[in-house]
Design a protein around this ligand. Structure first.
Ligand code: HEM
Length: 242
């Protein structure tokens, strides 16, 4: 009884430590957003505050998207499994910055809620300027990912959840393309983001190929616990290698 109590206490403590680490991660990542508010209040956002806010929130969106996708390779390469606990947190923070970025454009730049037919005007602008179309598509792709990031949705969707969350790769690639497209002149920074994205995505190709080969090597018609075990481990791996 006592032993079990101690064990539960230990587990509870570990859980609290992880919660604390996650809260610290959220607090740190929200510092740039807080700095925007501070600089806004101090009138320190330069000659064009809306442009500055758009740039800062856009930069943090792409950094956090790539950071989220870096968690799995980091875990696989270092064997440090607990790092996976930060993936969802980072993904939701990326979505938070993407929402701030979009709202800066829609509300502050385009005047959504302030003018009459601004929705029509907004749609026109999104359709007319290709880099905005691409950025908007990336943002739209992130919406279902944020909505289905809970444990309940992971359970409900099963292996379809993994397939759906592969949209994060597409969203990040479109984010880089959006940046490459909008920059006039020096493209060094968006190119570096592109390189970083390729580096975090490339290892998955090898892992997925190996996973597919392992499944193909299961004898056809194999019965008993062999088949379910293979498929279960493949399903688990595919969630892990997202
Ligand atoms: C996942 C989605 C998105 C990502 C990753 C992203 C990323 C970025 C980045 C990195 C920048 C450049 C920042 C800099 O210059 O330092 C940027 C600028 C910008 N983005 Fe996005 N963006 C996204 C979605 C959107 C959406 C949905 C819109 C509007 C519908 C949008 C509109 C803009 C605008 C207007 C700029 C400034 C362009 C300029 O300087 O002329 N972005 N974005």
């Amino acid at each position: 009884m006592m032993g079990r109590g101690t064990g539960d206490g230990g587990r509870g403590q570990t859980r609290w430590r992880w919660r604390l680490a996650q809260a610290a991660c959220v607090a740190v990542v929200l510092v740039p957003a807080a700095l925007i508010v501070v600089d806004l209040l101090r009138d320190a956002l330069g000659a064009n505050p809306i442009e500055e806010i758009t740039h800062r929130t856009g930069d943090w969106t792409i950094r956090l998207l790539i950071g989220t996708l870096a968690v799995t390779p980091l875990r696989r390469l270092t064997g440090w499994n607990p790092v996976v606990r930060f993936r969802r947190t980072l993904g939701l923070l990326a979505f938070t910055y993407a929402s701030l970025h979009f709202l800066t454009y829609a509300v502050l730049d385009q005047g959504l809620f302030l003018q009459g037919d601004v929705l029509g005007y907004l749609g026109e602008d999104i359709a007319k300027r290709p880099y905005i179309t691409v950025g908007f598509t990336a943002f739209v792709l992130l919406v279902p990912l944020a909505l289905t990031s809970t444990k309940g949705w992971i359970r409900r969707l099963g292996t379809r959840w993994t397939a759906l969350h592969r949209l994060a790769y597409v969203a990040a690639a479109l984010g880089v393309l959006h940046y490459l497209w909008l920059v006039k002149g020096d493209q060094v920074t968006p190119v570096w983001y592109g390189v970083a994205l390729v580096l975090v995505l490339a290892p998955r190709v090898g892992w997925n190929r190996r996973g597919a080969r392992a499944v193909a090597s299961v004898p056809r018609g194999a019965v008993g616990p062999v088949v379910p075990a293979e498929f279960l481990s493949k399903a688990a791996r595919s969630v892990e290698t997202r």
